[in-house]
Design a binder for this molecule. Sequence first.
Ligand code: URA
Ligand code: SF4
Length: 217
Amino acid sequence: MAAKSSAAEHVPDTADLAALADAAQSCKGCDLYLNATQTVFGEGTPKADIMLVGEQPGDQEDKAGKPFVGPAGKLLDKALAAAEIDRSRAYVTNAVKHFKFTLPERGTRRIHKTPGRTEVVACRPWLLSELDSVRPDVVVLMGATAAQALMGGTFRLTAHRGEALRIPSDFTDLDVDPAVAVTVHPSSVLRGPPEDREKAFDGLVADLRFAAGLVSR
Ligand code: URA
Ligand code: SF4
């Protein structure tokens, strides 16, 4: 059987975050690099106690080269402030590092496409490398893609909000064991019906507060 393509062969053997970010710029671990502008690696303090993981960069992140700078990022910033989490003690990244989109015929606006399991698995070595480098106390998986990237393809995040979880032992070369909390993706708060937004936002804030409470001091 042909080897599945993966980021693994592109990930250098180092815990240096800047070196990892640099190497990720030339990743060809799956096909998403072909059409996206650039790799959007995680960002934040290399000694963060909380790591926040989203799905993949969106249109604005793809152009800026930074995670969570568009509408979902603004919402996330508001939720972090409401949960009294200083973004300067956090590291923010995505399960998949390239923007997946379709360009409708005649359209100019790129439409977000949810990454598939193949891309999530292909890109996971970068996420694991970030975990090993930053060594956070707590990882917050936001949305189904992030949750399934680390917890497995059948994991249902709605059944586990507000629980202190651990990464399953499938990743044998991972040498950290952070607490894991799951929550909805910030953009799901924006997409929901207007009358539900406040409740959805409060739910996100409550989950972030719970996660912050898992930080060992
Ligand atoms: N949505 C994500 O999951 N990540 C980003 O960086 C932006 C939007
Ligand atoms: Fe590499 Fe991930 Fe980009 Fe695929 S999405 S090319 S695995 S960085």
